[in-house]
Write a protein that binds this ligand. Structure first.
Ligand code: AMP
Length: 117
């Protein structure tokens, strides 16, 4: 059984956050430390620690991450100019919270995709 992270508390609305969307599969909220003008996290309600742990049964929730990302990008007014969706995995990916999450970042030019700094 994977260990809960702070994101489980956000899903259960036990700690304050700017909640933007929630349904039976996913939850979306603003990142507490935004790396761009718009920085939203979209997460499955089920605790899946890393992309390595995704199972076939999770495909509906994984698809929902994308449809919610698309809808929120439109709501934020960043869809036309564009944005980036990022999911970090484990140490080399720079993952810090072990409950998978899709970063939706945009609202300004984002530069090159990868930085080694
Ligand atoms: P990652 O490095 O991909 O694991 O990203 C974790 C993200 O979670 C970072 O961008 C953090 O700023 C964000 N984060 C951590 N705690 C919170 C919180 N309580 N509310 C919102 N975002 C958070």
């Amino acid at each position: 059984m994977a260990e809960e992270t702070i994101f489980s508390k956000i899903i259960r609305q036990e700690i304050p956050t700017e909640l933007l969307y929630q349904d039976e599969l996913v939850t979306a909220f603003r990142d507490i430390s935004p790396q761009a003008n718009t920085h939203i996290l979209i997460i499955p309600n089920k605790l899946i620690p890393t992309v390595n742990d995704i199972e076939a049964d999770d495909e509906l929730a994984m698809g929902r991450l994308f449809t919610v990302a698309k809808t929120l990008a439109a709501q934020e007014g960043i869809a036309e100019d564009g944005f980036r969706l990022i999911m970090n995995c484990n140490r080399h990916g720079g993952q810090e919270v072990y409950h998978i999450h899709m970063h939706l970042v945009g609202g300004e030019p984002l530069g090159k995709m990868l930085s080694k700094s």
